[in-house]
Design a protein around this ligand. Sequence first.
Ligand code: TRP
Length: 360
Amino acid sequence: MAKIILTGDRPTGRLHVGHYVGSLRRRVELQNSGEYDKIYIMIADAQALTDNADNPEKVRQNIVEVALDYLACGLDPEKSNLFIQSQIPELCELSFYYMNLVTVSRLQRNPTVKTEIKMRNFETSIPVGFFTYPISQAADITAFHATTVPVGEDQMPMIEQTKEIVHKFNTVYGETLTDPDILLPDNAACMRLPGTDGKAKMSKSLGNCIYLSEEPEEIRKKVMSMFTDPNHLKIDDPGSLEGNTVFTYLDAFCKEEHFERYLPEYPNLDELKAHYQRGGLGDVKVKKFLNHVLQEELEPIRSRRKEYQKDVGYVYDVLKKGSEAAQAAAAQTLDQVRRAMKINYFEDNALIEEQSKKYQ
Ligand code: TRP
C-alpha cells in the first residue's frame, strides 16, 4: 500500500515554535526521508472560516504567511504538495456524505470541539459549520487516502473520529476508504510546548509565543522573561524542573552539540538539570543558553523566509500548482466514493438495464 501523508494548519496567524516542534520539524524530516509516496500539506482556510466567518480577511491574509513559514522550514514543493483547502470542492461533497455516518451526540463528545466551544464562548450559539468540522477533517484526510497524519496531540480526537467514519463507510458501502494513523511528536515537551509565560496555550493575544519569523532581539527578550521556577529565588536554592518553561524549551530544542558551542562546562542537558535541582545554577545562565540554542535553530528559518518574501508571486504559484494536483487526487477518491455509494447513476448500465426490464 502506498504511504501517504496528509496534514495541515489553519491560516489564522504566523506559525510559532510550538507548531515547529509539534509538527513542522517532523514533516520536513519525513519529507526528506524519502519513505513516503506522496505528501500533502494543506492550508486549512475553509476550516479556519468555521470560527472566523465574520473575519475572512484574517484568513485570507494569513494563507501566504503560513505558506512562507512552510517553505522557510524546509518543506520543498518538489517533494511535498502544498495546497489550499477551499480550492478543492470535492472535500465539501465528501463531507456531505460523511455527515450521514456521524451522530450529533458523537460530535458533542469530541473533546477538542468541546474545549474550543468553551474557548470561543460558542456555548449558546455554535455555528453548524464549526460543530461539524471534524467531519470535514475526515474528508481532508480520506480524500488523499492518507495513511499517516503527523499532528499535535490536540488533533487526536479528530483522527479517532476520522477512523470511525472510515470504518462505518467501509462497512456500509464496501472497502473504499483508507484507515489513517496519527503520528505524534516523540517527546512530551514537543507534544505540548507551553507559551513563554508557562501557560499551556500559546496565543497572539497573550503575547506568549515566539514566532518562526521573530527577529533575534525579540527572541532574546522573550527568552529572558520566560517563566521558570517561582521558588528559585537565590542561585543557591534548589530549583524545580516541573512546569519550568525554560527547561521544557530546552527539552524540545537542545542538542548535545549546543553544549559544546555555548555551555562547554556541561556535557549534556541531564547534567545541567541535575545542577539546577541541586542548587547553585542561576536562571539567567540557563536562559542565556536557551537563547543561543533558539537563535541557532531559528536563524536559517528566518533568513530563508526573507528570501521567499521577496517573491510572493512564486509562493502563490506553488500553492496553485499544488491545489491543482490535490484536486485531481481528491476527484479520483470522490469517484470511488460515488461508485461505492452507487450514486454514479449515469455510468451504471446494470441499473438502467434492470429498470428498463422492469417495465417491459
Ligand atoms: N485542525 C488542524 C488545525 O487546527 C488543521 C487541519 C485541517 C488538519 N484538516 C486537517 C490537520 C487534516 C491534519 C489533517 O491545525
